[in-house]
Ligand binder design. Structure first.
Ligand code: C5P
Length: 234
């Protein structure tokens, strides 16, 4: 059974907006800081979110030569966040060196690999990346590579989580965006599932952005999503 809090995607562009958003909550959260926010605010934002007692998924999707990724991860290791990620396409040596880097200053940050972005279609996979397989096969291949490299799991679509749970077990993390409550707008997400469905498919963490951040009542929206997610684990 997994009991990880839903991860709220803080897709804002300034420290002030993040603080206004977080001020509404009086409980510890698990939040995602992505490139948009981190590139504009830097490491100081991470420290201030941590001071508030929240857990952090730093979603920077590193992808470069193994040595560069390793050194970059050494830097991120000092930030002492809960979760970081790389692109599995960087290869197993890069993933192993990423793991070495993140272990430099702390032993607890988990590290997962992006398999195929959910914006990638099978036509793009076949024609642009020249990978002649289905999305599921490509995702499974990268997930196997990530597991062999010692990583804790992958970022994937909830629709792929079922296959990965079957092949790689319950403990391998499946961090899944593309979550929408029943009857919510899908925004630009195409392959979406509800928190309950994601849980049934084997997601270990769900990432939810706009259904909470753009809600008129963010705290209520979060509580409802959290309730559905946890209830489905009973
Ligand atoms: O607003 P929404 O719930 O769609 O936000 C989902 C979050 O997850 C965004 O920060 C988005 O960049 C991220 N994400 C995604 N699909 C991926 C990887 C990350 O939607 N494959």
């Amino acid at each position: 059974m997994q009991n990880n809090l839903p991860i709220i995607a803080l897709d804002f562009d300034s420290i002030e907006t993040v603080e206004q958003f977080l001020d509404q909550f009086d409980e510890p959260l698990f939040v995602k800081v992505g490139m948009e926010l981190f590139y504009q605010t830097g490491p100081s934002l991470i420290a201030s979110i941590k001071e508030r007692g929240h857990r952090i998924f730093l979603d920077l999707k590193l992808h470069d030569i193994p040595n560069t990724v390793s050194k970059a991860m050494e830097g991120l290791s000092k930030l002492d966040v809960d979760l970081v990620n790389v692109h599995a396409a960087g290869g197993s040596e890069m993933m192993k060196r990423a793991l070495e880097g993140i272990r430099k200053y702390n032993q607890h940050t988990k590290i997962v690999a992006v398999t195929q972005l959910t914006s990638t279609t099978e036509a793009m996979l076949n024609n642009e990346q020249n990978i002649q397989s289905t999305i599921d096969e490509a995702v499974l291949n990268y997930a196997n590579l990530a597991k062999s490299a010692g990583l804790d799991g992958v970022v994937c679509s909830p629709l792929e989580a079922e296959l990965l749970t079957r092949e790689l077990g319950d403990d391998f993390l499946k961090v899944t965006p593309g979550i929408r409550p029943e009857n919510a707008t899908s925004d630009d997400q195409h392959r979406i599932t509800t928190p309950e469905k994601a849980s049934a498919l084997g997601s270990t963490h769900i990432v939810v952005g706009r259904p909470i951040t753009k809600s008129q009542t963010p705290v209520t929206s979060y509580q409802n999503i959290k309730e559905s997610w946890f209830k489905s684990h009973d």
